[in-house]
Write a protein that binds this ligand. Structure first.
Ligand code: SF4
Length: 463
């Protein structure tokens, strides 16, 4: 059988799929000078191949089938598996229609198709509902999938083969950029675990399947195989909560050292699952960057959405430790929780600046279908176009902020965070008390200008 795996590219702005927003994907349509620059940089650093398609490639090749890959060109095949997203589902549907017109059976995989099959059904012969591997293994064994096909999670993740990167992407040149954790050209996503054991009600990462982790030996085997093909690879751990188990992280670090594996890597986690000693050990074996959610500076707001707040002192401790160790830090923030108002969002933005992570990402609260928050917020949703559920567009009627105000605050967050001298100092890891004092003084001069501009713009946004 000729199996085509399709990760459709193109479209306006920068699109992230696969493990982004749990699989719903995100799309940054630049709407200000700063977001234009960020969108440009994301193309260089964040355009990574799909780990789920790489797993399917490995399963198909292992079973002796011919494997093909496309990013949108029509290719010959017997069956095509299309990675679904909410942010680009129309383009994915058009591709599926064109393939079916050539006689290819088409199936969709991923969270978007699993939770919103109505967007894909008219373009598909089948949809795998759940993580796709179990359904795909049955298909490789001779089952002919049709309609919505249950594909339960595989509990023993060690039973899966390693993702086959040679079958899903062209080899890309990777360029190390000073002070940047991830090289230009991206890296190799790796899932050391899947799902998340936490209970944040807005989060799509925990709604497709439960939390499971792989054995340390199997992760090390995968890294060793990767390093055999690509010298000194850069590994992007895409687990939603990489350091959930501290001992496991330390065992992984020991294993990397014992096997002499030289890699650079980054991970996403919660700050309360890190401490300076753990960071220092992970740094020794290649940790270059961490990303983490802060979301809101208000503990009461976080509790309302089921998120356990991390004390600010601990957040600062970790950021400071990372700065000292030369680890890039990326903080994630969500604007527009139902409890938010203008002042609380400004306070969160100020907090982000003050916390001083190397970079920050701000998004607008998006109620994703299938999450507990969706059930609560569905009556407030006004956006009719599902592709606008992209993480950066207001989609619902907020109790105290207009759509324009939310959009304006989002733009203000990026301007305030990135257009200040201390951002550059953090990025370049400039420490020292005298320099920091000077930089803080320069910041104080920039701040009134931002405030003036924001005041003018906010009047426009409010009317
Ligand atoms: S910690 Fe919360 S927001 Fe992060 S992945 Fe887990 S459930 Fe989602």
């Amino acid at each position: 059988m000729r199996v085509v795996r399709a990760d459709i590219k193109g479209g306006e702005g920068f699109i992230g799929k696969d493990t982004v927003a749990g699989g719903y994907g995100s799309r940054l349509r630049p709407f200000s000078r700063v977001t234009h620059v960020i969108s440009f940089l994301k193309r260089w650093f964040h355009d990574v191949p799909s780990v789920h398609l790489a797993y399917l490639a490995a399963l198909a090749a292992e079973a002796g089938h011919e494997v093909r890959y496309t990013q949108g060109e029509l290719v010959e095949g017997d069956v095509a598996l299309v990675l679904s997203s909410i942010v680009d589902y129309r383009r994915e549907g058009r591709f599926a229609d064109a393939m079916r017109a050539r006689g290819v059976r088409v199936g969709f995989i991923g969270l978007a198709a699993a939770k919103m099959p109505e967007l894909f059904q008219n373009h598909a012969d089948f949809i795998f509902q759940g993580e796709p591997e179990a359904g795909f293994i049955r298909m490789l064994a001779g089952e002919v999938p049709s309609g919505i096909v249950s594909s339960p999670q595989i509990d023993d993740l060690d039973s899966l083969p390693f993702p086959r990167w040679d079958l899903v992407s062209e080899p890309r040149r990777r360029l190390t950029v000073p002070y940047s954790g991830r090289p230009a050209g991206g890296g190799f996503p790796l899932l050391a675990s899947r799902g998340c054991p936490e209970f944040c009600t807005y989060c799509p990462h925990r709604i497709l399947a439960g939390y499971r982790s792989r054995s340390v030996d199997r992760i090390l085997d995968e890294i060793e195989a990767l390093a055999g093909h690509y010298p000194r690879p850069y590994v992007i751990f895409r687990d939603p909560l990489f350091s959930q188990d501290r001992d496991r992280c330390l065992a992984l670090a020991d294993g990397l050292e014992r096997r002499g594996l030289e890699i650079g890597f980054e991970c996403e986690t919660r700050l309360d699952r890190l401490d300076p000693a753990l960071l220092s050990r992970l740094r020794e074996v290649g940790l270059r960057a961490i990303s983490f959610g802060v979301e809101s500076m208000s503990p009461a707001t976080l509790k309302k959405v089921g998120r356990r707040p991390t004390p600010p002192e601990h957040q600062r401790l970790i950021i400071d430790a990372c700065r000292e160790l030369g680890i890039v830090t990326a903080g994630f923030y969500v604007l527009g929780f139902l409890e938010d108002n203008w002042d609380s969002i400004v306070a969160t933005i100020d907090y982000a600046v003050d916390l001083g992570s190397t970079v920050a990402q701000f998004k607008i609260l998006t109620p994703y279908p299938g999450t507990p928050l969706w059930k609560k917020m569905a009556p407030l949703v006004v956006e009719q176009d599902w592709e606008r559920f992209d993480g950066f567009t207001p989609t619902f009627t907020h109790p105290s902020l207009t759509r324009d105000e939310l959009q304006f605050l989002l733009g203000g967050a990026y301007a305030r965070f990135y257009m200040r001298p201390s951002y550059l100092a953090n990025y370049l890891r400039i420490g020292g008390e005298r320099t920091r004092t000077l930089v803080n003084r320069l910041d104080r001069q920039v701040r009134p200008r931002h405030t003036r501009e924001e005041f003018d713009l906010s009047k426009a946004a409010a009317c």
